[in-house]
Write a protein that binds this ligand. Sequence first.
Ligand SMILES: [Zn+2]
Length: 395
Amino acid sequence: MSNSIKIESIQLLKDGHRLEFDIIANSISTRIYFQVEGAVLTPSAEAFVLMTLLPAMKLGSEIEIEEAVSGKLISSLPDIQSILRQWFPEEDLKKFPIENIPLKRENPPKNLKSATFSSGGIDSYYSLIKNQSEITDIIFIKGFDIKLNNEVLLKNSLELVQKIGNHFNKNVIVIETNLKLFLNRYVNLRIHFGVFLSSIAHLLSNRIRKVFIPAGDSYARILPHGSHPLLDPMFSSESMQIVHDGCESTRLEKLKTISDSDFAVNNLRVCFNAHTSFLTNCEWCEKCIRTKLGLLIINKLSNNPSFKKPIEIGRIRKLKLRPNIKNYYTEILYELEKTGEYPELCYAVSSILNQQSFIKTNRELMQKYLQRLKYKFPNLYDIFYLGNPKTKRLN
Ligand SMILES: [Zn+2]
């Protein structure tokens, strides 16, 4: 199978705390690594299938794997491929045959742990607090929503997650990887979100048997996305249950739930723009403004150490909202009006909801252009856009 995607040269190092292997795709070999603290890694065939799934669909290649793979996961692959093809037609994803993948029979392990992912945001606090009695571990990833070269933000976020682990008495697993740099060559994070997190869950399968992926949207508002209540459970195996968790609540309802914990509501990190060591959130971006309005509604904004500045009405008026973000502000406006206390804020939110069109920023136009480039010239993309020397091409 010359056109197949395969994993080679697998090395489990440092007593299971580091895993390295080559992914050969489109005749290009990429060395991928995972480095972990707080657990040990398992070279999982299910993880290998998931992390090569989208590149295989993009290239129209088969996945070539010698190790036996969970029958449950393999039986989900036709539906996973159909859903991804229908949700993202612009990506020109192709179905690949799965009959050559060897199957294994697994017995579900007993007495293992449950985990959730966290970097200190609202969705992950909600999942943690809601499933507190079941969750034993919190997973923090370096190289996912925070880039590997953003050292200050990585350090601040890790400190916060360790604080969360101490407060809620959970084991913190810290995992660093360059997998995203590889996957970004084929599809963007919005599409590979679920397979990325599920791959990590499977690599931790000697400790964890169930992973909660915190939902970003409620059932009423959810749109096609690579992590979705329809998709994530299909990334499970007989010994690893993947749960898309939290769609039953809107963002404001989640804030209300987590506000029962003073620790959670005072230690929120919703923003990845705060690049200095003394700032938790930038307080300027759309996500920060949205969160501050939510905290104001539930009376948790004043004296909140994560958001120290007052809400600027002029800043709200300047926001340009994407259609999917407008939904959050519709809910905020409804709840703000119910308080009867903030007529000027209501007017400002109402005015941005009435904007006729969403204007793409220069950054978004540039990202769209780079998305096209990266597929044709992966080396150039890594160097100029991602700027990360840890991705090493072997040929
Ligand atoms: Zn911000």
